[in-house]
Design a protein around this ligand. Structure first.
Ligand code: LLP
Length: 421
């Protein structure tokens, strides 16, 4: 459930008509609902009730500091994957002992940043990386807490670009070599093994791949303990999928996920960490756009919006579906017609949807993309020198611009022309 609903024929974000935001902030823009973000965080927190746990929001999904502060204040930790994300999390007031550092290629500089600022743990992805963490920790005379990310070789049954748990993927170390790599970790200076990490992919709509992976982690926990390692923490990654269409999709709920975690891992007495991103932010955000033109093609109508692939890349990149709805609620029984919904960027790939039924649309009508809160604003670019679009946070009847639209001067003046030209 989210808080983007029609009221008296108009789309609202919580208690604010989105048309009012469009009038004040302009389009395109992203709008997030604080109540939805908090609700989704709490669903996970409650689902793991009874187990020692920490929900570390995978901030790559939506990393605006207003979102981080909201979730951090509610008790969330953060999963970061770069020195930049680490700095953002700290700037938003998240305490270092609730920040875990994931990512397949942490640089010595990023490791240094996290070790000096404080970190809950590094999720180590390879032996060379482990050596660097050990070396940097030694140079700072501190101990780096680590888990090792294992690749359990399970099929997450999701889009190939977001599956990470098969042996052909670049992530983690093969679970078959885990004992050997843990032995190496135990032998290196200034490292403290705290647990095991696993993440098998994103937008999973079935619990079985998780269950298979977690069963392997349970076995590994016993094996590593038998080898004398102290395994007190299990980081289970993120990946639980969300419904992108209102109609027929029903991915497992966080409660079902939590029950499965207890069933597979509860007996081990470990602290559980999870790293959900999409489920917290996805349906907590919309992208609001305006129709520039309705264009009659030879055999179809094109709805040309002011939002484009640079603002929301998911349809172009993953063939992703987003529900696209008019801000003025269509009257019951009104005639609908198919539109190809596109942006103004000079590529055929700048197509959000084909043959999507909408009531008759006209220039200046507002149109919202649902489920755009995760991997929306964060993946945007300035392709075609289109400014990054603003982000707005709504809470109840108030809203604030939490990232303004840059001016063209700001964009153009960033380039410098060398004096020898
Ligand atoms: N933990 C790790 C180590 C990850 O790599 C990811 C996502 C997550 C947690 C969070 O997964 P989530 O709960 O959000 O599924 N840009 C793509 C999604 C990429 C996901 C990358 N890793 C998209 O728009 O679908």
């Amino acid at each position: 459930m989210d808080h983007f609903l029609y009221r008296d024929g108009a789309l609202f974000a919580e208690d604010v008509p989105v048309a009012e935001i469009a009038a004040k902030v302009g389009t395109p823009c992203y709008i997030y609902s604080a109540a939805t973000l908090l609700r989704h965080y709490k669903l996970f927190d409650d689902a793991l009730d009874g187990m020692d746990h920490l929900v570390c929001y995978a901030m790559k999904a939506a990393s605006n500091q207003a979102i981080l502060k909201l979730l951090g204040d509610a008790g969330a930790g953060m999963d970061v994957v770069s020195g930049g994300e680490y700095r953002r999390a700290k700037a938003a007031g998240v305490s270092a002992d609730r920040i875990v550092f994931s990512g397949v290629g942490k640089t010595a500089e990023e490791i240094h940043t996290a070790l000096t600022g404080g970190i809950r743990q590094f999720n180590v992805e390879s032996e060379p990386e482990m050596h660097v963490i050990s070396r940097v920790a030694q140079s700072l005379d501190v101990v780096a807490p680590i888990t090792i990310r294992v690749n359990p070789d399970v099929d997450a049954k999701t889009h190939a670009k977001i599956a990470t748990g098969k042996s052909e993927n670049k992530f983690g170390i093969p679970i078959s070599r885990a004992k050997e790599v843990y032995a190496l970790a135990a032998s290196l200076p200034n490292l403290k093994i705290v647990g095991i990490d696993v993440h098998i992919g994103s937008q999973l709509t079935d619990l079985e791949p998780f269950r298979l992976a977690y069963q392997k982690v349970a076995e590994l926990t016993n094996d590593l303990r038998a080898d004398g390692h102290e395994i007190t923490r299990l980081d289970l990654g993120g990946g639980l999928g969300i419904p992108y269409t209102r109609s027929n999709e029903a991915p497992p709920l966080p409660t079902e996920y939590g029950a499965m975690v207890k069933e597979t891992l509860g007996h081990l007495g470990c602290e559980i960490e999870i790293e959900p991103g999409r489920l917290i932010a996805g349906n907590a955000g919309i992208m609001l756009t305006k129709v520039i033109y309705v264009k009659e093609g030879e055999d179809r109508k094109f709805l040309i919006l002011d939002g484009a692939m640079n603002d929301l890349i998911r349809p172009a990149m993953y063939e992703a579906h987003h529900d696209i709805v008019p801000v003025v609620e269509p009257a019951a029984g009104v005639e609908q017609m198919p539109y190809d919904i596109v942006g103004p960027v000079c590529e055929s790939g700048d197509t959000f949807a084909k043959g999507r039924d909408l009531p008759e649309m006209a220039a200046d009508d507002l149109v919202a993309f649902r489920s755009a809160g995760a991997y929306g604003a964060v993946m945007a670019s300035e392709y075609n020198t289109r400014p990054l679009i603003p982000e707005v946070l709504v809470q109840g009847d108030q809203f604030a611009v939490v990232r303004p639209r840059p001016t063209f001067d700001e964009i153009v003046n960033r380039d410098t022309i060398p004096e020898w030209l």
